[in-house]
Design a protein around this ligand. Structure first.
Ligand SMILES: Cc1cc2nc3c(=O)[nH]c(=O)nc-3n(C[C@H](O)[C@H](O)[C@H](O)COP(=O)(O)OP(=O)(O)OC[C@H]3O[C@@H](n4cnc5c(N)ncnc54)[C@H](O)[C@@H]3O)c2cc1C
Length: 412
């Protein structure tokens, strides 16, 4: 079957769905092809589903009209068509790659069964299927080992602990979430997890996954220590999904290379979201995916002036539980981080820490401009900081307003 569609978008994740909806609103309906069985959903909130706070329906995204379930398996650039796994062929004038990322599977001995499957009990944490699989397997008292202490590992460990599992978090580097947080904020995250009963091991490398009859039984550390495990979560980062682009001969670095108009090396093909590499950056975060989708929708509907020049918006990392008092097992635990959180010599830094409440706020200022910050536990000032950062306006130089920025919600 061949159908004629002007814009075809591959991938019904945050970027693809946002783009297709916006195009529909602007009168240029697109055909969106997504391989996941579930209704499109907000991936950022998967840990909330795992924690039992939200049902999958709650995190569903409003689906655009032209959604086709299927997997695209090849691109014919000369004929301007894509081929799907079921044999159908779709014609495009403009093709958009919004294929996202895949979970990185670490090189551990015993990670795969002889049929190249993950052993029973071993799960990645990227998709709704991963989340539902984990959710089904976890029960109070289950021994869970989370490998990786970045954003994904921390949210998975927290969610499993909220569900009553005995969780060990193994992080290879010396602190948690080191890409987003400074040492003081990392320490608070660690304290929060430990308060939920999670055992956190840093500078700890997992070497082996051991199983019996295709099911995981333990993991072995670099020093030979074996930890019993009923569940293992692989949270070792993500890698842009570039297979289709590479096979089609597009220029690919870590992601699919795009310019300020989100155009790949083929003028008829664009790329947005986690799979795209813009100005040497692959973001792997929701805000850039949404911004890129917005810019591309404008470009494809006739606003020739729209450009994507990089994301300055704040990365908000939400690790919340059901409503409750702060620092209880079911309490919210919010983080926001942006820009450079480690100061260079000569930068001004303002920090406010409240050990009792487990909150921490810090901003870094260079040449009267806000260049980064971290907020943990209390995000009352996040809006004011985001405006100051995104606007990149010089700050008044007497220092007073800085403190004001950190405290204008009335917090201490
Ligand atoms: C558990 C978790 C927590 C996160 N928390 C945060 C957070 O707090 N803050 C933040 O900023 N970011 C967070 N992220 C990252 C954020 O989810 C991603 O940056 C965002 O989803 C990227 O959107 P995307 O549309 O580019 O990719 P994706 O959401 O990955 O969507 C891509 C879609 O394309 C589909 N696809 C791929 N190839 C094909 C094909 N050939 N045919 C058909 N369909 C295809 C995939 O199945 C997928 O559904 C989190 C991610 C996870 C997994």
């Amino acid at each position: 079957m061949t159908s004629k569609t002007r814009v075809v978008v591959i991938g019904a994740g945050l970027a693809g769905v946002t783009l297709a909806r916006r195009l529909g609103e602007l009168g240029t309906p697109a055909l969106l092809v997504g391989e996941e069985e579930h209704r499109p959903y907000n991936r950022v909130l998967l840990a909330e589903v795992l924690a039992g706070r939200y049902s999958p329906e709650v995190i569903a995204l409003p689906a655009p009209a032209g959604l086709l379930r299927g997997r695209v398996t090849g691109i014919d650039r000369a004929g301007r068509t894509v081929r799907c796994a079921d044999g159908s062929v779709l014609a495009y004038d403009t093709l958009v790659l919004a294929t996202g990322s895949n979970a990185v599977l670490p090189p551990l001995r015993g990670l795969f069964t002889p049929d190249r499957e993950l052993p029973e009990g071993v799960h990645a944490f990227r998709t709704m299927d991963d989340c539902l699989g984990l959710s089904k397997a976890v029960r109070p008292g289950a021994r869970a080992v989370v490998i990786g202490g970045g954003l994904l590992g921390v949210s998975a460990a927290r969610a499993l602990a909220v569900r009553g599992a005995q969780v060990v978090l193994a992080q290879q580097s010396e602190r948690l979430m080191e890409r987003q947080l400074d040492p003081a904020a990392s320490a608070l995250v660690r304290r929060h997890l430990e308060g939920l009963g999670v055992e956190v091991h840093t500078e700890c490398r997992v070497r082996d996954v051991r199983g019996v009859g295709g099911a995981v039984r333990s993991v072995e550390m670099g020093d030979g220590y074996a930890l019993g495990a009923d569940l293992v979560v692989l949270a070792c980062g993500v890698r842009p999904r570039v297979g289709l682009a590479r096979e089609a001969g597009l220029e690919v670095g870590r992601g699919v290379l795009v310019d300020d108009e989100l155009r790949t090396s083929d003028p008829h093909i664009r790329a947005v979201g986690d799979c795209a590499q813009h100005a040497d950056r692959v973001y792997g975060l929701a805000a850039p995916a949404l911004e890129q989708a917005g810019v591309l929708a404008d470009l494809l509907t006739g606003d020739g002036t729209a450009r994507y020049t990089g994301t300055r918006s704040l990365t908000r990392l939400t690790l919340t539980g059901p409503e409750g008092p702060f620092d209880g097992p079911d309490s919210p635990f919010d983080l926001a981080a942006f820009g450079e959180t480690d100061p260079r010599p000569g930068d001004d830094v303002v920090q406010l820490a409240d050990a009792t409440r487990g909150t921490y706020r810090k901003v870094v200022v260079r040449d009267d401009r806000l260049v980064g910050g971290v907020l943990v536990g209390e995000l009352g000032t996040v809006g004011a900081l985001a405006r100051a950062w995104e606007g990149a306006e010089p700050l008044p130089s007497d220092g007073g307003p800085l403190l004001h920025l950190l405290t204008q919600d009335g917090g201490s």
